[in-house]
Design a protein around this ligand. Structure first.
Ligand SMILES: [Fe+2]
Ligand SMILES: [Fe+2]
Length: 151
């Protein structure tokens, strides 16, 4: 990972990779075979959970004291996204996953990402937080490979 990369660029491209994988899935979900859907969804699930855990562990804690209301909102978003992810995984396993459910989830992710761009990522890119950035990037490096590599 390039040490000069910003949190906004690095985690922003996670958001893009996740949304791209999900919209490919949404477009294919009614035609694709079950094994493919399950594989893509597992990659998204793993990548997104790692992304959120990285934010919680390396950024939320750091900014909780200085920005309590924003961090509380972002935590609530994460709780909801984790729950929805679990529901989508169950639907995937039951073969009842629908395009509409994936599209709705993508919209929720987009609005969460927009919030992070003007709060969390902006704060994390300030010079003082270099140690947190490095720790976050190191944590995410391998865990998101499945998403980044799929193109
Ligand atoms: Fe997040
Ligand atoms: Fe994020």
């Amino acid at each position: 990972m390039n040490a000069e990369m910003s949190v906004r660029e690095s985690l922003g491209s996670d958001h893009e990779a996740i949304n791209r994988a999900l919209s490919d899935l949404a477009n294919a979900v009614e035609g694709a075979d079950f094994a493919t859907i399950l594989q893509v969804f597992r990659d998204v699930d793993r990548g997104l959970r790692a992304h959120m855990y990285g934010e919680e562990r390396y950024l939320f804690q750091d900014f909780e004291a200085s920005h309590p209301d924003d961090v509380r909102q972002l935590r609530e978003d994460h709780d909801r996204l984790h729950r929805k992810l679990g529901e989508l995984m169950i639907q995937t396993e039951l073969h009842t996953l629908r395009k509409e459910s994936i599209d709705a989830f993508i919209e929720e992710l987009r609005s969460h990402a927009a919030k992070e761009n003007v709060t969390l990522y902006q704060w994390a890119d300030e010079p003082l937080h270099e140690a947190q950035r490095d720790a976050l990037f190191a944590f995410l490096e391998e865990r998101r490979a499945a998403l980044r590599d799929r193109v």
